[in-house]
Design a protein around this ligand. Structure first.
Ligand code: SF4
Ligand code: SF4
Length: 691
């Protein structure tokens, strides 16, 4: 009776404390900006089952993944035994479910999983503290985060051990025929302790059984209330957070409606009277309350596993940026803001902010927006959204974009390209070639099937102009009905958007959309994966809806249809490795088309250490192409070139102008220009085409 009352009091205290912690966390998450994520419910459930319940991303690193799954499943299974412990605690019974047939078999299964949990936790402890795995010893992982992980792992081992000693003592007491301890049959794992426990007196066994029971239950209750203050809160939040994952292309960046309105007024597309009178708040995010609730939920869901940081090209090359730290900083800041708001109300202001006080410019501007971090995160956290919001604030509210990047943005604004060329020269690349220009074609009463989007790099980068010319040769050879915009094309705005200058991006986008829509363009072919991503995924938000294909996808269609015939022995002695551009691969899931084309070219093919979804960025995305790299041990493009050279290739195939510039520089840096060449896939096709 007394024991039941004590149990009920402990249970009530646990429930109240846990409820209060959860309520605080929910309140804190609600401090974020509203974001409607109510679409595609069935797809969301599927992702949740696959990623959160099925742990599909964990097994990509098999050893850690299997051990984690062992702890995860073990914890769920072992907690079935908790049901009995709770019922016994409330009713004062002992092993209330022992009447169930094969009861001892069930308990034995629980024990096998409990042993698995002990094993996995021991390995994790050794890995963290003994083997000192690099990703657990980054600057953000000292003090509390390290201690937190050790507390959790040790507690799990202790809880499971308590279960074993409780069960072993119980079995000996059963054999001795002690009242209350009904025979249940032997338990598999704790049975190994029985010979030793049999040497103890009955009173000692009573104590051990009772201590094990209370230790386990109090331990679980304490653990439950510790979790909301620990990274282990992901055991609860992972499920809803994964459900609310970003479903669009990884490289899609959401539109800023408030900016659209201003840009439309500036461009005379709407009048001030037509504009919404809703007050426009701060552009981008300075502090956590400027982020969406989903970003704040991400912050609480982080497991601090460091997988994101371990694949981040900036971090890998010694730069200060760590995507894990970015998420941990967001959570730490939110905790402080949450407490402040709870105490002082919505006007709370401690004169600090996420931007500047937690996350520095050096960290922020080192990101290439490659999305290796989001791809790797086992709970689908979206680091890039936070980075983009901070960049938007930095650019739109503070005008503190890095100077070199700013120069490129000024060029876009003045010349419609990141370089200082006149927009009237946008068709010079086509000199000496027959290239149909949309205005002329339409004036002649025709409507071409495809618009070939040349891109700023295609128009002005000397090396990439050759790629564009090769591709046009292929289009002509295949008798494709196409045209280019010529001097009517302007920069897509990709760089401006990734640099946080949403105004400039939207001006470029709306201008291009107006041109494209005036020609009723439906189908677009694009060689630059950045423009491909922007036109395909981001222009629809501003009224530009087109069927956009990357040139490798376009060529694959012709290859599959037997219309593009590739062969010859131009590259038969060559060894080709392919570098996946982030914006085509991880961003838009296209890994096969470039490889299908390369496989059709007689040559030897080799893969780099990092390929497909795990490809390493070339270092140029997210505006990096136009700015100085942040301080580090190495430039990203050198790291990637070294990976390519490690394959002993003679050709590095690329499918992106930025990648081409970076890899070419890398080959030069390594002084391998004579042995190793860099070609775009279009060039390889043009040289291998059977005419
Ligand atoms: S997007 Fe790429 S560069 Fe940026 S934080 Fe993630 S992994 Fe690092
Ligand atoms: S953000 Fe994701 S990958 Fe990075 S540490 Fe947190 S849980 Fe791990």
């Amino acid at each position: 009776m007394i024991s039941s009352i004590v149990f009920l009091i402990v249970l009530a205290i646990t429930a109240i404390l846990f409820y209060r912690s959860i309520r605080t966390i929910i309140k804190n998450i609600k401090l974020g900006k509203p974001l409607d994520i109510s679409d595609q419910k069935s797809k969301r459930w599927k992702i949740m089952f696959l990623v959160a319940i099925g742990q599909s991303k964990m097994v990509k690193r098999p050893i850690a993944g299997i051990l984690h799954i062992l702890v995860y499943i073990g914890f769920i299974i072992v907690n079935f035994e908790m049901l009995e412990i709770m019922t016994d605690g409330i009713s004062g019974s002992h092993r209330v479910f022992s009447f169930v047939p094969f009861y001892n078999v069930f308990i034995s299964v629980f024990e096998i999983f409990a042993l698995g949990v002990i094993f996995a936790c021991a390995v994790f402890l050794i890995r963290r503290n003994g083997l000192r795995l690099a990703r657990f010893h980054k600057p953000e992982m000292t003090t509390w985060p390290l201690l937190d992980a050790n507390i959790i792992l040790s507690t799990e081992i202790l809880l499971m051990s308590a279960l074993f000693s409780m069960n072993a003592a119980d079995q000996v007491l059963q054999v001795r025929g002690i009242e209350h301890f009904e025979p249940t049959g032997a338990f598999l794992i704790s049975g190994f302790l029985v010979p030793w426990f049999s040497t103890f007196s009955t009173s000692t066994l009573h104590f051990i059984e009772s201590f094990g029971w209370w230790f386990h239950i109090i331990g679980v209750f304490a653990f439950l209330n510790y979790i909301p203050y620990s990274k282990h809160f992901h055991v609860f939040l992972a499920f809803p957070n994964v459900y609310f994952s970003k479903l669009k292309s990884a490289t899609y960046i959401s539109n800023m409606e408030a900016v659209t309105q201003e840009v439309k007024i500036a461009m005379g597309l709407i009048s001030e009277a037509e504009a919404s009178t809703e007050e426009v708040g701060r552009f981008g995010a300075k502090d956590v309350r400027d982020l969406s609730w989903k970003s704040l939920s991400d912050a609480y869901t982080c497991t601090e596993c460091g997988r994101c940081t371990s694949v981040c090209p900036a971090n890998l090359t010694g730069k200060k940026l760590s995507p894990r730290k970015l998420i941990m900083d967001t959570r730490d800041r939110l905790e402080i803001v949450g407490k402040g708001v709870a105490k002082e109300g919505a006007t709370f202001d401690d004169k600090k902010a996420l931007w500047g006080d937690y996350i520095s410019a050096e960290e922020l501007w080192a990101c290439t927006t490659c999305n290796a971090c989001t791809n790797e995160c086992p709970v689908n956290i979206d680091h890039v959204s936070i980075i983009m919001e901070l960049r938007r604030y930095s650019s739109l509210e503070e005008a503190s974009t890095p100077a070199t990047l700013n120069a490129a943005l000024t060029n876009i604004e003045n010349n419609g390209a990141p370089w200082q060329y006149s927009m009237h020269d946008r068709l010079l690349w086509a000199e000496g070639m027959e290239v149909p220009v949309m205005a002329n074609v339409v004036a002649a009463g025709k409507m071409p099937e495809y618009l070939f989007w040349v891109s700023s790099a295609g128009a002005f980068d000397d090396r990439y102009k050759k790629v564009i010319r090769s591709f046009v040769k292929i289009l002509n050879h295949l008798e494709v009905d196409f045209a280019v915009l010529g001097t009517e094309e302007s920069d897509s705005g990709d760089v401006a958007r990734r640099a946080g200058n949403e105004m400039l991006f939207q001006m470029q986008a709306l201008m291009n959309i107006e041109t494209l829509n005036s020609y009723q363009v439906n189908k677009i072919i694009c060689c630059d994966p950045h423009d491909f991503n922007t036109l395909k995924n981001e222009y629809p938000d501003l009224g530009g809806n087109y069927e956009v294909v990357h040139h490798t996808q376009f060529l694959q269609q012709f290859l599959d249809a037997g219309k593009l015939k590739i062969g010859g022995d131009v590259f038969s002695e060559s060894t080709i490795t392919y570098h996946d551009p982030c914006y085509l691969g991880r961003g838009n899931g296209e890994y096969d088309a470039p490889r299908a084309i390369l496989n059709a070219i007689p040559s030897t093919k080799v893969e780099m250490k990092n390929n497909k979804a795990f490809s390493l960025c070339c270092g140029a995305g997210g505006g990096q192409m136009f700015k100085e790299a942040e301080k580090g041990d190495k430039e990203i493009f050198i790291e990637r070139t070294e990976q390519a050279l490690a394959t002993s290739c003679t050709i590095v195939a690329t499918a992106c102008p930025f990648c081409m510039a970076m890899i070419t520089d890398g080959i030069k840096y390594k002084q391998k220009e004579t042995e190793v060449k860099n070609y775009d896939i279009a060039e390889l096709v043009a040289l291998s085409m059977k005419l």
